[in-house]
Design a protein around this ligand. Sequence first.
Ligand code: RIB
Length: 317
Amino acid sequence: MSTARVFVAGSFNVDHVWRVATLPVAGATLGGDYAFGPGGKGFNQAIAARRAGADTRFVCALGDDPAAQLARTLCANDGIDLQATIAQVPTGTAGIYVDAAGRNCIVIGSGANAALQADAVARSLQGIGTGDVVLAQLESPLDTVAQALQTGRAAGAIAMLNPAPANAAIDRAMLGRVDILTPNETEFSALLVRHVGERIDADLVSGIDQQRLHALCRELVPDGTVIITLGSSGCFVSHADATLRGDTQACYRISAESAQVVDTTGAGDAFNGALAASLAQLPDAAFIEHVRFANRYAAHSTEQAGAALAMPYLAAL
Ligand code: RIB
């Protein structure tokens, strides 16, 4: 086991969750069971990385309010090194509907997350180095995300970007800063339209022929690895020929692990956090082993309701 660390720069939200029979359509008024809990893609990924065994630092912006205290308490309980900027706006929030099949739709109120500054992230990443992993998502300002990736990479760390949510418009320069990109099919579809000029419906991505999918990934991130997470269809991995990361194949599919799905909220975050943790801890393992672990970890996370608190501890795997 290596002592390398995972540095997650990103969002913390308080998730307000309604469990409903079916997701609402315009004009609908529905009844549902309500709960709230910690979330935010950044925080969920930090909790996953930590519970998957890695020393983890979480860099974020919080309000000066009780929700910020929730983040502090949870980080202390799980042993996460929290580096938080305090903003003069409320801590981030998310409204989430989860249907009977565990599918969700989410509305985000950025709040303090929009105040996470690039220079604060650069300061909080001091000490990052070779073998560490820096992991970012797109619920923070894009220049801050770019700074996180650039600072990590310049120091020899692996730069991982989970390009979520799909509506955040990243540029080519951002893709050029990434060692590993982890879109889901919706995010992949959005990136293809923007950067490759291909319009492919998200629902059709998992059915694309392997070589075609590989070629599209190569166009998107010529020098990096792309992992497309495909929900119940597992995931697809595409490497640049020059950087197979210990694998013997430049592209392959991995099937989904079976799970008794209760709630898929945060499953992508579970995958990303677990992948980062595995990369940091087992630098000599073939990449496919990291992906298999992340796949298994993410499947287990769907068996509990909630986002951050649904991240399994290693013992539960
Ligand atoms: O990925 C799931 C997360 O998205 C939720 O926890 C919510 O806060 C939004 O950020």
